[in-house]
Design a protein around this ligand. Structure first.
Ligand code: AHR
Length: 495
């Protein structure tokens, strides 16, 4: 048995947790759009062709912001192909995923979906094969009052009022040789600066996200990020981070070090932002937009072989993946002062918490982990004092409990998220509360004795959240015992 003591002090505020850290991502990739969220031929489709069962499940996840239309897809996408009467929209060869794109789903469908789902839209412009001007035109189409060419086009297509898209990604993963239109940092920075200038000239309220490194593994990390931010200057508000983690070696001591690795990636890019701010003598800094994150290594089928909506990268998620999902979210909450947007990539079928099969729907293990966090996201992230046993992650020892805490003074409640990283040992926990009186505590747990346990269409509830009862409290402390490899959320009502 391991043990950990946690000190919780409501004055130790890191920052308010940005609700936009609980975002998602819809890409024209495989069966994410077609046969995923949009399936007019399905008996479960609504009047707009959106799958009601998928929307209902996504509502449970309470996502706040949705990135679209890619990903790699964005770098070859011409948005004007996806507007206007369907019969006039071209069917095109899509090169990022070697697929066929009918353009049946485009900007107006995405905006309608966002409205229905109460998602903040986040649009990635094409800085691979597209031009800064094409990006600017898209801003006009989405955000300008009618009276000029593209805004009028939107009105003709049925939307008189502007969509008011606030968040715009200046391309996608432009540091990667796999990206259509990939160029060295300096060249990308010039393109992005020109695009951002015209986009902001068109609508000064928008916030732009420059492409940072595609991951900490990139040879140009973090020099790319420095060079890009230094050149773009105040025309970018955020820098993007991406990370997909793998468990090829089937080694929990490596895999469960994810929280620490994400912490490190965030801290390096945060330091880079601060450095560039000083270098540029800028009054504003760039914040972090972790706009692609997930576990992805089991299904690497990426060639659509010239098909429409082929089945690509449909990862099956097991219980250990759910624990790693929690580690990503803990890290974002721990860095609430700098991580302001994050997008789980993606939402359905493609490396996703949801899968469709015909008219059936499956909630994968990671669905339940994301939900545990998202439904308690309101409040301030607190800096926790942690002492106790360690877990020997591959990069060195880390606390055996991966934790985060959100406190809402207004709602008089606090949620403590704890992941026992040890696959073999229980952890006994004592949490001491300073200046807060416990009225009531209830808990939820995600646990399975088999790290490889999965949910299937036939048996959907193998890994689901259950009530956690191994908990007691006094006026100013909580005690509990976490089984090996488990994710627990404690909800404390404060008197
Ligand atoms: O999310 C899948 C792909 O991963 C995205 O299209 C790309 O940006 C990343 O490499």
């Amino acid at each position: 048995m391991k043990s950990t003591e946690i000190n919780i002090d409501p004055l130790q505020v890191i920052d308010r947790v940005s609700p936009n850290v609980f975002g998602g991502f819809i890409e024209h990739l495989g069966r994410c759009v077609y046969q995923g969220i949009y399936d007019p031929g399905s008996a479960l489709a609504d009047e707009d062709g959106f799958r009601v069962d998928v929307m209902t499940a996504l509502k449970e996840l309470q996502m706040t912001i949705m990135r679209y239309p890619g990903g790699n897809f964005a770098s070859g996408y011409h948005w004007e192909d996806g507007i206007g009467p369907r019969e006039k929209r071209p069917t095109v060869r899509e090169l990022a995923w070697q697929s066929i794109e009918t353009n049946a789903f485009g900007t107006d469908e995405f905006m309608r979906l966002c409205r229905k789902m109460d998602w903040e839209p986040m649009v990635a412009v094409n800085l691979g094969t597209g031009t800064p001007e094409e990006a600017r035109n898209w801003v006009e189409y989405c955000n300008s009052e009618i009276g000029t060419r593209y805004a009028n086009l939107r009105s003709i297509n049925g939307a008189k009022k502007p969509y008011g898209v606030r968040y715009w990604c200046l391309g996608n993963e432009m540091d990667g040789p796999w990206q259509l239109g990939h160029v060295p940092a300096k060249e990308y920075a010039i393109r992005a600066q020109q695009a951002a200038k015209m986009m902001k000239d068109c609508d000064p309220v928008i916030e732009t996200i420059a492409c940072g490194s595609s991951g900490a593994f990139m040879p140009t990390f973090p020099a790319w990020d420095r060079e890009v931010m230094e050149y773009i200057g105040p025309l970018s508000n955020y820098i993007s981070l991406h990370r997909y983690v793998r468990n090829d070696d089937n080694d929990p001591f490596k895999f469960f070090g994810t929280g620490a690795k994400v912490d490190r990636q965030i801290e390096i890019i945060d330091a880079t932002c601060r450095y560039v701010q000083a270098l540029n003598k800028a009054s504003e800094r760039n914040f972090l937009c972790f706009d692609e994150w997930n576990i992805w290594y089991k299904n690497m089928t990426m060639d659509g072989k010239g098909k429409f909506a082929p089945s690509l990268i449909e990862e099956e998620y097991n219980f250990e993946d759910a624990l790693v999902t929690g580690q990503f979210l803990n890290s974002f909450i721990r860095h609430a002062d700098v991580v302001k947007i994050a997008n789980l990539a993606q939402v359905v079928n493609v490396i996703a918490p949801l899968k469709t099969r015909g008219d059936e729907l499956l909630k994968q293990t990671t669905f339940h982990a994301f939900k545990l966090y998202s439904e308690r996201k309101e409040g301030d992230s607190l800096r926790l004092g942690i002492s106790g046993d360690f877990f020997d992650a591959d990069e060195g020892p880390v606390p055996c409990l991966d934790t985060s805490c959100i406190y809402s003074k207004d709602q008089r409640n606090l949620s403590l998220f704890m992941i026992n990283l040890s696959p073999t040992d229980k952890v006994s926990v004592t949490a001491n509360l300073f200046g807060l009186e416990v009225e009531r505590v209830v808990g939820q747990i995600l646990h399975h004795k088999d790290l490889k346990a999965v949910n299937t269409f036939e048996k959907q509830d193998t890994v689901v959240a259950k009530d956690f009862t191994d908990i007691s409290s006094t006026l100013d402390s909580l005690q509990g015992e976490l089984p090996p490899a488990s994710l627990v959320r404690l909800d404390v009502s404060i008197s």
